[in-house]
Design a protein around this ligand. Sequence first.
Ligand code: M6R
Length: 608
Amino acid sequence: MCGIVGYVGEKKAQGFLVSGLKRLEYRGYDSAGVVTVSDDGEATLVRAKGKIAELEKKLSGLKRDDHVGVGHTRWATHGEPSELNAHPHRAGKIYVVHNGIIENYKELKDTLPQHDFKSETDSEVLAALIDSFYQDGKYELVDAVVQALKLVKGTYGIAVVSELSPDELVVARSGSPLVIGVGNNETLVASDASALVGHTKRAIYLNDGEVAVVRKDGIEVKTLNAEPVSAKVEEIETNLAAIQKGGYEHFLLKEIMEQPNSLAETLRGRVNVKEGTVHLGGPGLSEAELRKIRHLIIVGCGTAYHAGMLASYYIEQFTSEITVEVVIASEYRYRQAYIPDGTVALIVSQSGETADTLACLREIKKQGVRTVGIVNAIGSTIAREVDGGTYVHVEPEISVASTKAFTSQVIAMVMFGLTIAQAKGVRNTVLRPYVEEIAGLPEEIGRVLDAVNGDVKEIAKRYAKYEHAIYLGRDTAYPTAMEGALKLKEISYVDANAYAFGELKHGPLALVDDRFFEVALVPEGALYEKSVSNVQEVLARGGHMVVITNVSEFDLPVECVVKITTSVRLFAPLLMNLVMQLLAYYVTVEKGYNVDQPRNLAKSVTVE
Ligand code: M6R
């Protein structure tokens, strides 16, 4: 979603601002802007609708030497994507970039008749409010920001610069992330640490309710109540290679192909094949606490929700002593759900910033329930607010469609389930087969990707003409099918939906005709024959089917079969998901759409 960058230092601010905004492009946006201020207080504000390339065109004749400035990519919430609605917003002598939503902006706007509003945004109201306290420099900028923020209801990450103090930025956060990069004679600001990679390895992550005055050689952090904060400088672990395409045409393909390594990172130091056990330190639960767990709530959105669904099928297989409830964060946050004693909540999020998931985390914590994060982004808000957690360690995921995070989220949650089962004394003979398969998965994923890539590319050419798709599966293949359908829908704009095979006759079978193609997951196992019968039902109605299976004898006359040769049984659906990821990718390439930044979507959904 929206992205913020800021710079104060000895170099030209414009360079970092534009390159930083490009790093944040993956988050999704529809307009962009920067302002820089010269040492003698002259501001240059440039904004453009559309891509950063449009902004660069406008900036090309305006190369400035200014040493301070802020920039923004906007993902429209209040008001259409347009130059006037783009940030930074000006009020008097100040310029503000804002992520988040000011919920009481209408009331606040009524108190600001002196400001000539140019945009439809809540963010300009915030700028005008700050200016009303600043009074053209009568008060310190930071004091004006604090006064204004005390009146605001909603969420914000902001960076403010003034023509009257071109040696500082004021930044603050509540609900929208802000990171301050500590450099040599320069300080950088961003809403996402990836913008800082290559500039500095040292960063301060602001907490909610904190405000900072940022200068090239110093950072002062305090709370909105003026209590000084001794901010911790943390290391940014991401390296440049992790946020570059590395020879691939798209981040999505790179991230699909990275899965052997990314999953190996998730497993590193956590699996003992010899003993047939797993060990997770992060959740921070003692053996006694693990033994007391009776119920898990798994909370997530989109792919993270699907990962939770799939993991729940496995966790239930380990022991009947745990029930698992998987919930969509945007729904759960408003439910009056009863949480039984002995519950632990798993909060699943790649970005660690998803607004609905974060809101659930806070609600659940209020009820005294122990929370465990399954998060990728290190230092993200969810990672910082959970009681304990397991990072999936898949490095940044840049493409909006989540792929490598899904695989690792599933396995991280399964490992958490195994950890509980071990503590509860479930026999090693029951758990060992899962542990052994998990340990071998990274290699198997690499093998399957190599084996199927070429075929799936060809198959995609055949199905790229369809506007509708049905994904089908039973048992663990059902949540996997849900994830497959989401992948196709979000990047290729095909109307793809998943159904449990057993639900076919209860409605979806009526859809089968020449406008649809079907993707069916048919894994080996106790329910294989039932899935085969369902495939026959679709075939009998003229379905255009792609079957993904690990059963070499599968011989029904469907249009396409992708056979996966593997010794993996329990986690075969995760291998089938690789085929669906590639299918979504190649169909989208065939259609010529923007693979990494699908329309209307953002990587990190920081608003409700
Ligand atoms: O960062 P999160 O894992 O919390 O994000 C959750 C969803 O927004 C995300 O998985 C989304 O559904 C993806 N676009 C799916 O590919």
